[in-house]
Design a protein around this ligand. Structure first.
Ligand SMILES: C[S@@+](CC[C@H](N)C(=O)[O-])C[C@H]1O[C@@H](n2cnc3c(N)ncnc32)[C@H](O)[C@@H]1O
Length: 304
């Protein structure tokens, strides 16, 4: 089942969607000029992760079903957009965002202070091993923050201990590399091969792409009622090719490949990357197809 519901007033994005038969199951709703908002909300005109995932976030927000008095845990919260969303939904409850990057947590704190949110806190913590107070959350959420665990079995067992029995886990993770146009295009332009990049679990964005793997990890960690919703909305890389190149150039995976090349090969790889981005540039900016799962599960009464 496709769960994506999105607002579209950009003719380019509407065309982009219409070119893709798999998108036909999505409902397209009229709305304001959201793609201008995407660009202007980023500091100094830079594209950031919140802008890239603006459409994903719309789908995810609906999927949380957070109640007014829920206590929410946001895993790998980054700059905290999803934590702030959760805090607004849980107006009589609370939201805690954890991330092991102190830099991201500082930014998350600054952004939530600027919004005057009083029921949100952030902690620098490794979600895999952090000693959360047991059974102290009603829902755990994550937007692409659970794929980088070195030991997923231990990490999800730790998270299961943090939430109360029957509490919900709602996480968005990437589907496989070859289902993600953005990843194939970047990989092909940087390495000349469309094959999936080899990554360690700590840096592999596709580590939770296989449903059977996720199902096994979660049930061993003490979760049940695991379900998957297929989300197909595009990622946004910027208003023009220069902005997109600057954004993609900040990806760790891009830098990993470029760091291994001599200066001339690096130059050629960047030129191919620029061409790939230009091929996806239209009046609404630079967009690539993407596929993700929203995985939902409940903590069982007995932990595995
Ligand atoms: C792809 S980013 C997503 C950030 C955020 N959820 C968002 O959507 O903007 C992944 C984040 O997970 C964090 N992360 C990865 N592994 C973690 C761990 N074991 N504990 C805490 N944070 C982790 C990273 O520092 C990074 O900020």
């Amino acid at each position: 089942m496709i769960v994506a519901v999105m607002a579209v007033d950009s003719p380019d994005v509407a065309c982009w969607l219409a070119r893709r038969p798999t998108m036909m199951r999505m409902r397209l709703l009229p709305a304001g000029p959201w793609y201008r908002h995407i660009v202007s909300e980023s500091p100094a005109g830079l594209v950031d992760y919140d802008a890239e995932l603006h459409l994903h976030n719309r789908v995810l927000r609906r999927a949380y079903s957070i109640r007014r008095d829920d206590r929410v845990l946001d895993i790998g919260c980054g700059a905290g957009e999803t934590t702030r969303d959760a805090a607004r939904m849980a107006a009589a409850g609370s939201a805690l965002g954890v991330d092991y990057s102190a830099q991201m947590i500082n930014r998350a704190r600054a952004l939530s202070e600027a919004e005057g949110l009083h029921n949100v806190t952030f902690e620098v913590a490794d979600a895999q091993i952090h000693r959360f107070p047991p059974e102290s959350f009603d829902v755990a959420i994550s937007r692409f923050g659970t794929m980088f665990f070195a030991n997923p079995a231990a990490a999800f067992a730790n998270l299961a201990r943090a939430i109360r029995p029957d509490a919900r886990l709602v996480m968005m993770v990437w589907q496989a590399h070859d289902h993600n146009e953005w990843s194939v295009a970047i990989q092909r332009s940087l390495t000349g091969s469309a094959a999936s990049p080899r990554s360690r679990p700590e840096t592999d964005p596709f580590s939770l792409a296989e449903r059977s793997t996720v199902q096994r990890i979660l049930s061993e960690a003490g979760f049940d009622r695991v379900s998957f919703a297929d989300v197909q909305v595009p990622v946004y890389y910027g208003p023009d090719v220069d902005a997109a190149l600057a954004f993609v150039g900040r990806f760790a995976s891009t830098n990993d490949v470029l760091a291994g090349l001599d200066p001339a090969s690096r130059e050629r790889a960047l030129e191919r990357l620029r061409e790939a981005l230009a091929a996806h540039h239209s009046r609404g900016g630079v967009w690539f197809d993407s596929r993700a799962w929203i995985v939902k599960a409940r903590r069982g009464d007995h932990r595995g």
